[in-house]
Ligand binder design. Structure first.
Ligand code: ZN
Ligand code: ZN
Length: 304
């Protein structure tokens, strides 16, 4: 079965919003599953606009506890509850995320209509799912900040239909089972998927690293990403500011993309001082050609 992966940039600004950019949030869709990275204020509205579905399997990953990355969380939980979510939702973030969510919940008492599981994670840990892992690494910012890499496990190889026919395996459910890597019985014969499938194919890798200086741990985490979403708060003319506030310039983000041998770089967490951020894109492209500057609500599909 072919499962597609796409990324919708719900908010591409940073620190404060401007007319063009909402606060940071990125929605990764893998088949019917949702993974949301950060939840700046106003994310719930962007999320609705993206028609992501309110009762899907869903995890929210928080990079750090600066307001522009978490103030959207109470509103998001509140609205999901109102709109009828019943399924458990998992929130993953650095130390302090449990206290943040439980204290808001204690005072405001709004969202008890679906179970919320909160996990505090640190650099070096992995969140494991059947088809993918999310690795966690330390970013370099003023306060503890985490970068995440979504890595699909290798996908099963291509199904050789001609060979399946030659081996007289009847088309239908048995083909499906072989395609998903299961051994099947045809009469008294046992057919292993290895006979029908090509070599396993690489899965998709997406790295999310915001509010960070360029740093070795992020480069290591991002190695070989199909898409690297990296802090690109400033243009080169504000390089000192970037250093001072624990952010990166677009060109520095491009340096990380290059050193991590990523395929595409998305410039993200653009400072509100840039109404037109095209100079940032031009600067990034002098270092790393495959740079893009997504606008809010842009969607890109990611293929391995
Ligand atoms: Zn920020
Ligand atoms: Zn920050």
């Amino acid at each position: 079965m072919k499962i597609s992966v796409s990324v919708t940039f719900l908010g591409t600004g940073g620190s404060v919003p401007n007319k063009f950019r909402n606060l940071p949030s990125v929605l990764v869709r893998r088949g019917p599953e949702l993974l949301l990275f950060d939840c700046g204020e106003g994310t719930q509205r962007q999320f609705l606009q993206a028609r992501a579905g309110i009762n899907r399997k869903m995890r929210i990953f928080i990079s750090h506890l600066h307001g522009d990355h978490v103030f959207g969380l109470p509103g998001m939980l509140h609205s999901l509850s109102f709109m009828g979510r019943s399924r458990e939702l998992e929130i993953i973030g650095p130390r302090g995320i449990i206290e943040l969510v439980t204290s808001v919940n204690r005072v405001v008492k709004l969202y008890n209509r679906f179970p919320i599981r909160i996990r505090e994670v640190k650099s070096g840990q992995s969140i494991k799912d059947e088809a993918y892992n999310i690795r966690v690494a330390a970013a370099k910012h003023g306060i503890p900040c985490l970068a995440y890499a979504f890595e699909e496990k290798p996908r099963p190889g291509r199904f050789d239909a001609a060979k399946a026919r030659r081996l007289k395996i009847p088309e239908g459910p048995l083909w499906k089972e072989l395609q998903s890597g299961k051994l099947v019985k045809v009469g008294k014969r046992r057919v292993t998927p290895r006979l029908i499938l090509g070599p396993p194919r690489r899965g998709v890798k997406i790295t999310y690293a915001v509010d960070t200086r360029p740093c070795p741990s992020v480069i290591r985490l991002a190695t070989g990403s199909d898409l690297l979403i990296h802090d690109s708060c400033f243009a080169e003319s504000a390089a000192t500011k970037a250093r001072e506030y624990g952010h990166s310039t677009a060109a520095e983000a491009a340096g990380v993309a290059k050193r991590s041998r990523s395929r595409t770089l998305a410039l993200f967490h653009i400072s509100a001082m840039y109404e037109d951020a095209s100079p940032l894109l031009a600067q990034a492209r002098t270092v790393f050609h495959h740079s893009i500057l997504p606008r809010d609500m842009d969607t890109v599909s990611v293929v391995p």
